[in-house]
Ligand binder design. Structure first.
Ligand SMILES: [Zn+2]
Length: 99
């Protein structure tokens, strides 16, 4: 799990979970009360993983898998990624622009 860039306190899973769908918000540390933000490099990696899912749907369709099954598999992978984000996220002391 990632640490606070200000005091190195380790964040809990449930405090980092909203970063999966809301890049603009910060996470307030329970120990030092400073706000940390999603690092730009981390945002890019997560956005890339989200954009891969439509590509997977196309690949599944090309393999002859039914659209319903393709969509279900894609949604399961997307949900899995959102719940893994607290393990993948890196925080920055200041909000960084994406590009
Ligand atoms: Zn802290």
């Amino acid at each position: 799990m990632t640490h606070c860039p200000h005091c190195k306190h380790e964040f809990e899973y449930n405090h980092l979970l909203p970063l999966g769908w809301r890049f603009k918000i910060g996470v307030r540390c329970q120990k030092c009360h400073e706000t940390s933000y999603h690092a730009a490099s981390s945002k890019k990696k997560i956005m890339l993983s989200v954009f891969i899912y439509p590509l997977l749907l196309v690949i599944f369709q090309a393999m002859g898998l039914a659209l319903g099954w393709s969509a279900l598999i894609g949604l399961c992978l997307l949900a899995g990624t959102l719940f893994l984000i607290p393990f993948l996220v890196r925080l920055s002391p200041e909000e960084e622009p994406l590009w």
